[in-house]
Design a protein around this ligand. Structure first.
Ligand SMILES: Cc1ncc(COP(=O)(O)O)c(C=O)c1O
Length: 394
């Protein structure tokens, strides 16, 4: 299909809330996409940090095909083998700190569940979150979002929010009070521009929450499943949250997400407090089980840490050589950003990179964000990065 035909269908039949690139993508293999005109694209976006095993990984394709031919949907009132396997695997991710889980179909729904859980566990209704954070677009998730761009148009539908600067323990200490149900934080902010907090930030938040009887919720939707070099993103510090939300990489491209919590929190809910038709269905769980198996067997979290460190060093070197163009490089694992000085240059990078055969996106208006598959071949990664950096330097 030609792009013009796609645009005609879109103009007639799509609700115009998305600005698209003029490409029809028809296939993905490993870290490469192919469009309808046969052009190959090195994928440094991985479906927004989703396709952690690359595109069409045989283990994931096989698991989905096998389960699709066996059983796709039952509702949560039956046990199914894939879901039982998955909730055991999810407990292992946190080394047992967060042994209970509930499955959903998107990250946003996982955030909704976490909000309800925190309300049940504390009886409180105030949530504190961080500036420039992103937690999803449903009303329960949007109330937490610290990015004005996303929240402001729907402010009339939302309860008053309490948003504090990221990586600021004094501000958190002031905001978290006896009415606070939870502090919600991304271990590394993704959409907010790849912001990495100072060492001790999560431990400080843990202490503040404990002192006020509030929960600590880690939004691991972008940082989890190995992306930042550990199974879950909070694990670079020696603390655990009470609740963590998962999504994106969990299904490697299949829509599956969920929230996990401690025994103490799980014990506060009542039968019927939450539910879903699709969440935790056997097909989604089979996909997630395949992803978690491959991530573990192929040590992809460790690899993301190692390859991400090299990428970060390389981008930091580039930023130092081009101080007129770049502010800095920052990141953890394979969630890495290069902040540019000029928002216009930043805005041009996505479309121009695509012309050079690379898919890359820009977060928070200025930060070129690298979130490839955790198993991306290093040649593909560096070839893609070469092409992007050439555009920044030009
Ligand atoms: C940190 C974080 N939380 C929540 C979400 C929302 O997830 P979803 O788009 O699957 O609903 C996102 C999506 O980008 C995210 O990055």
């Amino acid at each position: 299909m030609k792009v013009e035909s796609a645009q005609e269908v879109e103009a007639r039949n799509f609700i115009p809330v998305v600005k698209r690139h003029p490409r029809v993508i028809v296939e993905g293999r490993g870290a490469r996409l192919r469009d309808a005109d046969g052009r190959e694209i090195i994928d440094l976006m991985a479906g927004w940090a989703v396709c952690c095993l690359g595109h069409s990984h045989p283990a994931l394709v096989e698991a989905i095909a096998e389960q699709a031919g066996r059983l796709m949907q039952t509702t949560n009132i039956f046990y199914t083998l894939p879901q039982l396997e998955l909730i055991e695997r999810l407990a292992e991710l946190s080394d047992g700190a967060l042994p209970r889980s509930f499955l959903t179909s998107s990250g946003t729904e996982a955030m909704e569940g976490a909000v309800k859980l925190a309300h049940r566990a504390t009886g409180r209704a105030k949530f504190v979150s961080t500036q420039n954070s992103f937690h999803g677009r449903s009303l329960g998730a949007l109330r937490l979002v610290g990015s004005e761009k996303h929240r402001a148009p729907f402010a009339a539908l939302l309860p008053e929010s309490c948003v504090v600067p990221y990586d600021d323990l004094d501000a958190a200490r002031e905001a978290v009070d006896a009415d606070t149900a939870a502090f919600v934080v991304e271990p590394v902010q993704g959409e907010g521009g790849v912001n990495v907090p100072s060492p001790g930030y999560l431990a400080g938040l843990r202490e503040i929450c404990d002192a006020r009887g509030a929960l600590l919720i880690a939004d691991e939707i972008q940082t989890g499943i190995g992306r930042t070099g550990t199974p879950l993103g909070y694990q670079y510090e020696d603390v655990a949250p009470d609740v963590a939300t998962l999504g994106k990489g969990l299904g490697g491209g299949f829509p599956v997400a969920g929230f996990v919590c401690s025994d103490a929190v799980a014990e506060t809910v009542q039968l019927g407090d939450h539910g879903t038709t699709y969440g935790g269905n056997p097909l989604a769980c089979a996909a997630a089980n395949a992803v978690l198996r491959v991530v573990r067997e192929e040590k992809l979290a460790e690899r993301a840490g190692r390859v991400g460190d090299e990428l970060l060093r390389r981008l930091a070197g580039f930023a130092a050589e081009h101080p007129d163009r770049c502010v800095e490089a920052r990141g953890r694992g394979l969630l890495v950003g290069l902040e540019l000085r000029d928002p216009e240059l930043a805005a041009s990078i996505g479309p121009r990179a695509l012309e050079k055969g690379v898919a890359v996106n820009v977060a928070a208006g200025r930060v070129v964000r690298f979130i490839p598959a955790l198993n991306i071949p290093e040649e593909d990664l560096h070839e893609g990065v070469d092409r992007v950096l050439a555009l920044v330097a030009a």
